[in-house]
Design a protein around this ligand. Structure first.
Ligand SMILES: [Zn+2]
Length: 284
């Protein structure tokens, strides 16, 4: 079994606010360790279930996507990190060779209330929709994995990301490490107790995947109709860039539409809308 683990930070046990997951935050260095420990729990569980390889990919956007503590990560896995990976923004390790995907430390989608640090890809997006459905990052991963025939088996984070991911992937397992009361308040299971829960669930997930217990999301309608609603009117730079690219359509001041053949390109286009304000930047 080849296992792909996407690790984000907002859904890591114990973390509830932006100051917990930003490099300027007071507890960031400590919280990098907590993120690494949640990732390690998944890696350990996967290997305990006999995984052949585990690729861990960083999905948290601060500090050029280099947040995991490489000195503390389980040495049996490999880690994909850094910006500019090519291909899907943070899914470079998700290929057809993978047998099962696990989403560790993930978070609720943009617009969710409650939902710890709910957003989709960028804080500049009010909502992201794919084929008319509100989309979070787990949906983008599940759709891309489905294109490759790969199922998603486990998500960890708060109860909201667990529920939202289940809407699309009914048979997914979830570890709820905190119960969100709002976007920045939760009742948390302390990491010392949460990480063994993640480890046990990851082990079960890989065992279940070996027995063919998960179904890949292969029946989503394609091409995808993607709609991103921005919080603020598109700035001059972004507007000019979008006009130069036929694949994007700006509707009104805040809504951008694009039709993407797959979620490799779709994810890149969504991410681009978060950083495409720089004059002349028309690559993504
Ligand atoms: Zn993140």
């Amino acid at each position: 079994m080849n296992v792909f683990v996407s690790v984000d930070m907002e859904g890591v046990s114990g973390l509830v606010r932006w100051a917990d997951v930003a490099s300027s935050g007071i507890d960031f260095e400590r919280n990098r360790v907590l993120m690494t420990e949640d990732a390690n729990a998944a890696v350990q569980g996967a290997f305990a279930a006999g995984a052949h390889s585990v690729v861990v990919e960083e999905n948290h956007g601060v500090e050029d996507l280099c947040v995991l503590r490489m000195d503390l990560i389980d040495p049996r896995c490999e880690v994909i990190r850094g910006a500019g990976r090519g291909g899907s923004t943070t899914m470079a390790g998700l290929t057809g060779e993978i047998d099962i995907v696990m989403l560790i430390g993930h978070h609720a989608r943009a617009g969710s209330k409650p939902g710890i640090m709910a957003h989709t890809v960028s804080g500049a997006f009010k909502t992201v929709r794919v084929n008319g459905m509100l989309a979070g990052e787990p949906m983008l991963f599940a759709l891309r994995a489905g294109e490759l025939g790969v199922p998603v088996g486990l998500v960890t984070g708060d109860q909201v990301v667990a529920e939202e991911t289940r809407e699309l992937v009914a048979d997914i397992d979830a570890v709820v490490v905190k119960h969100a009361y709002a976007n920045f308040a939760a009742r948390c299971i302390p990491p010392q107790r949460a990480t063994p829960m993640i480890r046990a669930a990851a082990e079960q997930t890989v065992q279940r995947a070996r027995g063919g217990g998960y179904r890949a999301l292969t029946d989503a309608a394609r091409p995808y109709e993607i709609e991103v609603e921005l919080w603020q009117a598109a700035g001059e730079g972004l507007r000019a860039n979008l006009e130069a690219m036929a694949e994007f359509e700006l509707e009104g001041e805040t809504t951008v539409r694009t039709v993407a053949p797959d979620m490799d390109i779709g994810f890149r286009r969504i991410a681009y809308l978060g950083y495409g304000d720089r004059a002349g930047l028309t690559k993504y």
